[in-house]
Design a protein around this ligand. Structure first.
Ligand SMILES: [Zn+2]
Length: 220
């Protein structure tokens, strides 16, 4: 495989990027590779059940948490983009596909990460469908003449529905502590979920399958 320099992580919600790819992101940054993260939704339902604060206020809290978490992994604020669609409102549309195509053509990633097709979460399923179509169109030559030949790998990740099968397992052992720290920045979610314990538990299980302490897995 050609040298990988640019990783594009597409996350339906704030925290999916860290849960699914936190170790992989830290590893890429450590290798001096470029990482861009796109968060699709604005997090407007993520705190609503707890209190009655307005949507913009909630969204700003969630953005700040993402920035803090990704900073721990070595990703700067300017490399995180918030698309700000409403939580649980995502539907497949050509307009949405075009937005993702625009991001791909602009950043020219070598590897694209997005949720796997069997994720139970509705927003995750829609993002899988939209990103799959955007990649297909970019590579088909309909959109640009070179068929986005810079794209070497498209990796689907797991968040809430562990994958039955995967093709790639990345050893993230050296970066597991950083991933744990990054997850701890999502303070609003920690009130409801013991995220670090659960997710590092999954990474530990994945690591056991390939003979290392911690791993993240992906499907091509
Ligand atoms: Zn999510």
């Amino acid at each position: 495989m050609k040298e990988v320099k640019k990783h594009l992580i597409i996350a339906p919600h704030h925290d999916d990027e860290v849960i699914a790819c936190g170790g992989t992101i830290a590893k890429a940054v450590n290798n001096n590779e470029q990482v861009k993260i796109i968060i699709i939704t604005k997090g407007d339902l993520s705190l609503k059940l707890l209190d009655d604060k307005d949507i913009e206020f909630i969204s700003n809290i969630r953005n700040e948490e993402s920035v803090n978490a990704c900073n721990v992994l070595g990703v700067k604020r300017e490399d995180i983009k918030f698309i700000k669609k409403g939580d649980r409102t995502l539907i497949y549309s050509l307009e949405f596909v075009k937005e993702i195509i625009h991001e791909i053509l602009e950043f020219k990633p070598n590897i694209i990460y997005y949720p796997h097709s069997l994720e139970g979460d509705r927003d995750h399923k829609v993002v899988n469908e939209v990103v799959s179509e955007a990649i297909f169109l970019c590579k088909s030559g309909f959109i640009n003449e070179d068929g986005a030949s810079y794209i070497q790998l498209c990796l689907q990740y797991e968040v809430w529905t562990p994958m039955m099968n995967y093709n790639i397992a990345k050893d993230i052992t050296k970066f597991a502590d950083l991933k744990k720290d990054a997850i701890s920045k999502y303070k609003s979610q920690l009130k409801k979920l013991n995220l670090a314990h659960g997710i590092l538990g999954l990474n530990s299980y994945r690591g056991m399958q390939i003979g290392v302490p911690f791993a993240e897995v992906f499907k091509i």
